[in-house]
Design a binder for this molecule. Structure first.
Ligand code: NAD
Length: 503
C-alpha cells in the first residue's frame, strides 16, 4: 500500500489490476525535483476505455438493484480506509503534484468527508410525496440511477475531485470509469486501491489512466456512457459539451475561475491580509477557487499593498514534504511557462507594474523543480487580460475600486463566476455583495478558498453548465427523477377532468 519510492500504477478494470493494451507506460515525476521519478502509469488507449466501460456496464445490472443503504456501507468502509491511510496518501500526493503536506492532507480529508456525506445519502436520497388531486390515488417522485458514468478529473485536487464524483455516483446506483489527469495518476490509483480494499464488487469502479483525447475523448463519445462528469479547463469543457450535445448525453462541467477578494476600508485589514495570502498563494495559486484578483477600496489600497508585499516576500518555497514550506512548485514545466507568459502579458499591458516576483524561483534545491516566485502586479485595470483570464499560478492582480458598487462591478467583469470574497465589518455592505456578486460561492471575511463538502460547489457563467457538486445537489447529476402514480380507486380517474366529480 502506497509510499514505495517508485510506484507502478495499473489500470483497474472489472476488479483486476491490468496493464494497458498499448504496452506503454508514462513516467510520473516530482515537480519539486524533476530528477525524481515517483512512479509510472499506463498510457492507455480507447480500447482500454472500452474494456472499462464494458466492465462497468456489466456490474451496473446488480449494483443498481442493491439497496442504497447497502451501497452506502461500502462508502463508509472506503471512508474508514482513507482515514487510516491519510498520511501515506497525502505524502504520495505531495510527491506527485507538489502541494504542501498540510494541503494534501486536506485533499485526502475532503475525500473522507465526501465518503461519509455520500454514505449518509444511502438512507436519504429523498424524493417528494405530494397529495394527488383525485381520491384513492398516491403520487411521489423518486431518484433512479442512470448507468455508466465517465468521470474526467484534473490534477490540482487529485483525490478530492474524483471522490466528489465517484461516491455520489455510486450511492445513487451508478457504476463508473475514472480517467484522472496524467500528472496525478498515483492519487487516483490510491483512491481506487481503497475502494478495492473496501470490497466493492468488480466493475463498479474502474480506472483508466492516459491522455485526454484518447481515453477521456472515448468516454465522452462512448454510447454506453450515460453521464459525463468533467472538471477541468473551460476550453476542454466546451469541447466535451459539444460532443455530449450531439448525442444528448448528460454532462456536468466544473470549469475555470477568476476569483476576486474585495477589501473595503472598514475591514479588519490584518484578517484580510491573511485571507489573500492563503487564497492567492495556497497550492501555489493552482486552485480553481484561487484568489487571482485583489480589489482594494481606494482609501486603504496603499496600506494593504505595502503590508501584503512585506508578507509575500517572506513566504518559504520548497519541497512540500518539508513542513516549514508554505508554497510548493507548479505542477509541470509547461504550467510554469504558461504562468510566466501571463506575467509578461501583464507587464506589456497598459499600466500594470510588477511589485514582486515575476520570475522562475531557483534558490537552492528549488532549482530542480518548477517553482515560480509569488507575484503581485499593481495598477491592473478590469480590461487587461491578466484581470480577465485564468492564470492558475501564484500571480495576484491588484485593482483599485472607488466604492462598493465599483468593486462589485469589477469583480463581476470576467467571463467566470466561481468563488468570491468580501472583507468588511459593515453588515449592509456584506449583504449587498452577497446579492450582487455573480458567483457560485461568496465568502464574507474569509478567503476565496475553503469550501466544505456539505454545501453546493460550482459556479456561474463560463465556470460551468449549471450543475453543483457536493451537498445533496450533486445527486441531480447522477440520478433521473421518476414520478410514480398509484391509483387504488379501482376505476379510471382522469386528471384535470374528473376532479369536480371526485368524492
Ligand atoms: P484540463 O482541462 O487540461 O484537463 C482536465 C482533464 O480532462 C484531464 O484528465 C485531461 O486529461 C482531460 N482531457 C483533456 N482533453 C480532453 C478531451 N478532449 N476529452 C476528454 N478529456 C480530456 O485541465 P487541468 O489542467 O487538468 O486542470 C486545470 C483546470 O481545471 C483549470 O482551468 C481549473 O480552474 C479547473 N478546475 C476547476 C474546478 C472546479 O470545480 N470548477 C476544480 C479544479 C480545477
Amino acid at each position: 500500500m502506497s509510499t514505495v519510492q517508485v510506484k507502478e500504477t495499473l489500470n483497474y478494470i472489472g476488479g483486476k489490476w491490468t496493464q494497458s493494451r498499448t504496452g506503454r507506460v508514462g513516467e510520473n515525476r516530482n515537480p519539486a525535483d524533476d530528477t525524481e521519478v515517483v512512479g509510472t502509469f499506463q498510457e492507455s488507449s480507447a480500447q482500454d476505455a472500452d474494456d472499462a466501460v464494458a466492465a462497468a456496464k456489466k456490474a451496473y445490472a446488480s449494483w443498481r438493484v442493491l439497496p442504497a443503504p447497502k451501497r452506502a456501507e461500502y462508502l463508509f468502509k472506503v471512508g474508514a480506509i482513507l482515514t487510516e491511510r491519510k498520511e501515506a496518501y497525502a505524502r504520495d500526493m505531495t510527491r506527485e503534484m507538489g502541494k504542501i503536506l498540510a494541503e494534501t492532507r486536506g485533499d485526502v480529508q475532503e475525500g473522507i468527508d465526501t465518503a461519509f456525506l455520500s454514505g449518509g445519502e444511502g438512507r436519504r436520497l429523498f424524493g417528494d410525496k405530494v397529495p394527488c388531486e383525485l381520491p384513492n390515488k398516491s403520487g411521489w417522485s423518486e431518484r433512479h440511477p442512470i448507468g455508466v458514468c465517465g468521470l474526467i478529473t484534473p490534477w490540482n485536487f487529485p483525490m478530492a475531485i474524483p471522490t466528489w464524483k465517484l461516491f455520489p455516483a455510486l450511492v445513487c446506483g451508478n457504476t463508473a470509469v475514472l480517467k484522472p489527469a496524467s500528472d496525478t495518476p498515483m492519487s487516483a490509483f490510491n483512491l481506487v486501491e481503497a475502494c478495492e480494499a473496501a470490497g466493492l464488487p468488480p466493475g463498479v469502479v474502474n480506472l483508466v489512466t492516459g491522455d485526454g483525447v484518447g481515453v477521456g475523448g472515448r468516454l465522452v463519445e462512448h454510447p454506453d456512457v450515460r453521464v459525463i462528469s468533467f472538471t477541468g479547463s473551460s476550453a476542454v469543457g466546451r469541447r466535451i459539451a459539444e460532443s455530449c450535445g450531439k448525442s444528448l448525453k448528460r454532462v456536468a462541467l466544473e470549469l475555470g475561475g477568476k476569483n476576486a477578494q474585495i477589501v473595503m476600508d472598514d475591514a479588519d485589514l490584518d484578517l484580510a491580509l491573511e485571507g489573500v495570502l492563503w487564497g492567492a498563494f495556497g497550492t501555489a495559486g493552482q486552485r480553481c477557487t484561487a484568489t487571482s484578483r485583489l480589489i482594494l477600496h481606494k482609501p486603504i489600497k496603499k496600506k494593504v499593498l505595502d503590508m501584503l508585499v512585506d508578507r509575500v516576500k517572506t513566504l518559504k518555497l520548497g519541497n512540500g514534504l518539508d513542513e516549514t514550506v508554505q508554497v510548493g512548485p507548479m505542477v509541470s514545466k509547461s504550467q510554469r511557462e504558461g504562468v510566466h507568459r501571463y506575467v509578461e502579458i501583464g507587464m506589456s499591458e497598459d499600466r500594470a507594474r510588477l511589485v514582486c516576483g515575476g520570475e522562475f524561483y531557483t534558490e537552492g534545491e528549488c532549482e530542480k523543480g518548477w517553482f515560480y516566485a509569488p507575484t503581485i502586479l499593481d495598477g491592473v485595470t478590469r480590461n487587461m487580460r491578466i484581470a480577465r483570464e485564468e492564470i492558475f499560478g501564484p500571480v495576484l492582480a491588484v485593482i483599485e475600486a472607488n466604492d462598493l458598487d465599483d468593486a462589485i462591478s469589477i469583480l463581476n467583469d470576467t467571463p467566470y463566476g466561481l468563488s468570491s470574497s468580501i472583507y468588511t465589518r459593515d453588515v449592509n455592505q456584506a449583504f449587498h455583495a452577497i446579492r450582487d456578486i455573480e458567483a457560485g460561492i461568496t465568502y464574507v471575511n474569509g478567503p476565496t478558498i475553503g469550501a466544505e463538502v456539505q454545501l453546493p460547489f460550482g459556479g456561474v457563467k463560463d465556470t460551468g453548465n449549471g450543475h453543483r457538486e457536493a451537498s445533496h445537489t450533486v445527486l441531480d447529476i447522477f440520478t433521473e427523477w421518476k414520478s410514480v402514480y398509484v391509483d387504488y380507486s379501482g376505476r379510471l380517474q382522469r386528471a384535470q377532468i374528473d376532479t369536480e366529480s371526485a368524492e
